[in-house]
Design a protein. Structure first.
Length: 326
């Protein structure tokens, strides 16, 4: 007969694996659900409580799929899309500095991340207004942002996750810092730093970053030869580096630190039940990750710098995403 001790050990290992899978899925989109050290019922309930606190329904005006159709996708383990929004403000309002549309396809074992430049010029309210796409969140929250991305690319956006980008500093510190590959040496003064205008120097090559350094490294745009696209790449690298550190974490202390950060710095329309389903149904999608940008051409309209995306580029990205949602 199997001993109670061995049974409890296997249960703990199973819970640890389950939470790591869930962590991988959400951390890839910038929402770092810590569970690497969750091996007790109390800790599990803490994660559940944090995710329930983060839940907020998106107010959609015109979605391609109905709510019923969207909910069925997750239940049946079909391909889904999630819009990641990064807001550089403590009160979770204002324009989105980061927009990444992601698709998860468990059948094809593929996850795709498409970065959308914040200056992408597009239409609002069915063509009545044209504006930079990063204004959508300020105008109408996550629902408006989802509607605008759907209108731009012509593909359904099923869910959203919004993260206060200032939380990146706390998340990186909570996991003990991250290492990234820096393509070129640069110096950057972060005017939005809590210490006020702190200057950072980043050497070329493999570098280790603390929380405030990671935030500054991911904010720099003007010195990058690729402009906002280069900044988007660095933001994704920070997200992926945090994910790797989280998966290797041991210890309840760090787990609690990250949960505390998430509790007040994240919102999503994904329910706790949907997240638990994703653990089992979407695990294969994490095996391969493909990244791309929606590339536009710089222009000036009414004195503002914008990105005009050619129709052929929209069709390229639309085709790529549609293939992943089949």
């Amino acid at each position: 007969m199997e001993s109670r001790k061995s049974s409890r050990t296997r249960t703990k290992k199973k819970m640890k694996l389950t939470t790591k899978i869930l962590l991988s899925i959400l951390a890839l989109f910038g929402v770092v659900l810590v569970g690497a050290a969750v091996v007790t019922y109390t800790a599990y309930k803490n994660v559940e409580s944090t995710m329930n606190k983060a839940h907020k329904t998106a107010e959609r005006k015109k979605a391609i799929l109905s709510q019923k159709e969207t909910e069925a996708l997750t239940k049946e383990g079909k391909p889904i899309s999630i819009l990641l929004l990064g807001i550089d403000a403590n009160n979770m309002v204002g324009r989105s500095d980061t927009m990444i549309l992601s698709t998860l396809n468990p059948q094809k074992k593929q996850t795709t991340l498409i970065s959308i430049a914040r200056d992408t010029y597009t239409t609002f309210n069915e063509g009545d207004v044209t504006h930079k796409i990063n204004a959508a969140f300020a105008f109408g929250g996550a629902g408006q942002a989802m509607d605008n991305v759907e209108n731009l690319l012509g593909i359904p956006v099923n869910h959203y996750i919004v993260v206060n980008m200032n939380a990146v500093e706390k998340l990186v510190d909570a996991v003990g810092g991250v290492s990234v590959e820096n393509k070129f040496e640069f110096e950057f003064t972060d005017e939005r730093n809590a210490q006020g205008g702190k200057t950072y120097k980043f050497a070329k090559g493999r570098i280790f970053l603390t929380g405030d350094e990671a935030l500054a490294w991911s904010r720099m745009r003007k010195q990058d030869p690729e402009g906002d696209y280069g900044r988007q790449t660095r933001q994704r690298l920070i997200i992926q580096s945090v994910m790797k550190k989280l998966l290797s974490l041991d210890g309840v202390t760090k787990y609690k630190q990250v949960l505390d950060v998430l509790g007040s710095n994240m919102k999503t329309d994904l329910t706790w039940e949907q997240m638990k389903t994703m653990v089992n149904e979407y695990r294969p999608a994490m095996e391969n990750v493909k990244e791309s940008n929606l590339q536009g051409n710089g222009d000036m309209i009414d004195g503002y710098s914008v990105q005009i995306v050619p129709e052929e580029e929209i069709q390229r990205v639309k085709t790529l995403l549609n293939e992943q949602l089949q």
